[in-house]
Design a protein around this ligand. Sequence first.
Ligand code: CU
Length: 188
Amino acid sequence: MQVPKRHLPVVGLLGLVVIAAAGGGIYYYEYVSPPNTSCGVASHRLFFMTAIIFELGGFQITNGAYLNQSTAPAFNATAGPSLVGVKHQNYTAPSDHKTINAIVGDTITLYIYGVNSTDPRQFAGIAGHGFTISPSVNGQFGTGTIPLGKWYTVTFTVTQAGTYAYFCTIPCSNGHGSMTGSMVVSCG
Ligand SMILES: [Cu+2]
């Protein structure tokens, strides 16, 4: 029969000290290196929108989602974006259905459907609705055309906090000048 070895209680005490130090270190690490707590972590946001003459609503955000994968959803101008099999998480669109909210570092993809209205207030023969953002988002894009009855998409990354305006650039009705919305980028 073997006699169990005995050691001084100091070994056990040392063990407790080591555990306490490790735990303290973890606590300290978390305390001094939090993720960007107040603002969250930058993400890829998708916004689904429609564009129609101002008299019928102008720009409207119908839905928003976080894209939880690196590949962009399939897209074509006729069918629009397809979220089938795409990892994403819907979130509630802003209550004014106009404001694109984001934080610095976000990638933003807009999907905008150009409604071809039969309302006679829509000017005849227009190519579609125009789209631009001012001030420019670091020159990542200029002006696009949202074709009537089709989808337009643009993707950019916001690096500067502030309030931007987006607006139509093609005279489309008497209310054309009011066909605007804003993008608010916070946490810069
Ligand atoms: Cu317009």
